[in-house]
Ligand binder design. Structure first.
Ligand code: ADP
Length: 170
């Protein structure tokens, strides 16, 4: 009998995708057969980049950064439902989250417990952020870029181009 595929979901807003997200995506792809990167639509949260651009940026980053055999096992899917509903829809029983120092812990602890109550089939696993990515968050990238600061240590040149265009900097 064929072995069941291990499918994991890595959800986020990716507004925009950072080197920290890419590190988690690369590592997560090594743990599952198929990785579904879920982009929360979050229209209410007023994202900086429209959904289509966030999807395009993620695909571009994955195709540039992740080894081709792993990249083809990664798909990107927008969702606007509960995370457990999204995971069930794509056939995943693993949710992967990144954890930065202490700042993420309380929120993530609460979320994973709630999700386990909502769907006991779903297991959340946490990958610790690498040392050099501990301080990267999409929010800070947006704030620094808005004021035309240097975000080159935190996002790729491709994402820097999107940010400059978005904020009208040359
Ligand atoms: P952010 O918190 O930067 O706005 P998201 O909401 O898109 O990003 O986060 C999606 C997931 O990626 C979360 O599990 C978050 O903890 C994780 N993550 C975000 N930035 C990093 C980073 N620098 N290193 C590791 N994980 C991260």
């Amino acid at each position: 009998m064929a072995k069941a595929q291990r499918i994991g979901v890595y959800p986020g807003s990716f507004d925009p995708v950072t080197n920290g997200h890419m590190d988690i995506i690369t590592r997560a792809a090594g743990l599952v057969d198929r990785l579904v990167v879920g982009i929360g639509i979050n229209e209410g949260k007023g994202p900086l980049f429209p959904l289509a651009e966030r999807v395009a940026m993620l695909r571009d980053e994955i195709d540039h950064i992740v080894a081709p055999d792993a990249a083809k096992r990664i798909v990107i899917e927008p969702f606007d439902t509960l995370l457990v509903q999204f995971a069930a829809r794509v056939g995943a029983n693993l949710v992967i989250r990144g954890l930065r120092a202490v700042s993420d812990f309380e929120y993530e602890f609460q979320m994973s417990s709630l999700n386990a109550h909502l769907d006991p089939n779903i297991e959340t696993i946490f990958l610790m952020a690498s040392d050099r990515h501990q301080f990267i968050s999409s929010r800070f990238i947006r704030e620094i870029s808005k004021l035309d600061g240097d975000v080159s240590p935190f996002v790729s040149p491709r994402i820097q181009t999107h940010l400059k265009k978005r904020f009208g900097h040359s």
